[in-house]
Write a protein that binds this ligand. Structure first.
Ligand SMILES: O=P(O)(O)OC[C@H]1O[C@H](O)[C@H](O)[C@@H](O)[C@@H]1O
Length: 251
């Protein structure tokens, strides 16, 4: 399924955004040529939604089950606020199946709103509501596992994360500072991955907007929202202009 705003376009598969093109028709997201589009296997690329568990931070399968499910489209979604000029969006809904409830016994409704802004910005808003009727709270971690397409990984620099704390997965989740939470499998791991081309690590970079360090707890009836906004700007714009504290405060 896809939709357009001006010359930009977005494609989705299940609850995955698999393509985001700018107005020159250039693809901004990476999807592996070997990606498998068949649930329950997660798609290697695009923007998988990690829920209700990020990575292996808990007893569930890696990154939770939401990325491996088909979502339904809300054909009558709540409107945007009247002062918003945004019109191009789709709402996808995920509710747990009987099977999901066996592995994670919590009723929820997850609304993923995918929006193309007037300038081609891609916005993903996740609204997760606890719909348990018998008064039970639940706790989750979450991430947008965004795979960006890059022409040459050796020419890429990630700015703005230097002062932040991060948990190093390769050092038993030790908390460290002054690095980016950034994922690329690099050459050896790329060869070991069946759904990833041997040289494709040169053309991707994962930046994950996440709620991991402090898990989110929702009581029945409560809702949590997490938004990721992506804009493509000329490379000359970026250097030194992104202040991580400002980004964190405005989000
Ligand atoms: O292979 P996947 O389950 O899609 O996970 C891909 C990657 O996701 C995260 O970024 C983790 O930090 C990595 O350790 C993991 O390899």
């Amino acid at each position: 399924m896809g939709f357009k705003a001006a010359n930009q376009q977005v494609y989705l598969y299940g609850g995955h955004v698999t393509s985001w093109k700018n107005d020159h028709g250039e693809e901004l997201l990476f999807v592996s040529s070997k990606a498998i589009f068949k649930p329950p296997k997660a798609i290697r690329g695009g923007i998988p939604i990690c829920f209700p568990q990020f990575s292996n931070h808990g007893p569930l399968e890696q990154h939770g089950f939401a990325r491996n499910r088909f979502w339904s489209i809300d054909t009558d979604p709540p409107p945007f606020p009247t002062n918003s000029s945004t019109k191009a969006f789709v709402d996808l809904i995920l509710k747990p199946s009987e099977e999901d409830l066996k592995i994670w016994p919590h009723s929820f409704e997850f609304r993923l709103r995918v929006t193309l802004g007037p300038g081609g910005d891609l916005m993903l808003t996740s609204s997760i509501r606890n719909t348990n009727v018998e008064g039970k709270p639940f706790t989750f971690t979450f991430a947008y596992h965004t795979y960006f397409s890059v022409s040459d990984i050796s020419e890429v620099r990630v700015e703005g994360l230097e002062t932040l704390d991060y948990l190093d997965n390769l050092k038993n989740k030790e908390q460290l500072t002054e690095q980016g939470l950034v994922w690329n499998p690099w050459d050896k791991k790329a060869k070991a991955m069946a759904d990833f081309g041997d040289d494709e690590y040169k053309h991707m970079l994962c930046m994950e907007t996440a709620a991991v360090e402090k898990a989110i707890t929702l009581k029945p009836g409560e809702e949590w929202r997490g938004r990721q906004e992506l804009s493509a700007v000329p490379s000359s714009y970026c250097s030194g202009q992104l202040d991580p504290q400002r980004v964190l405060q405005s989000s």
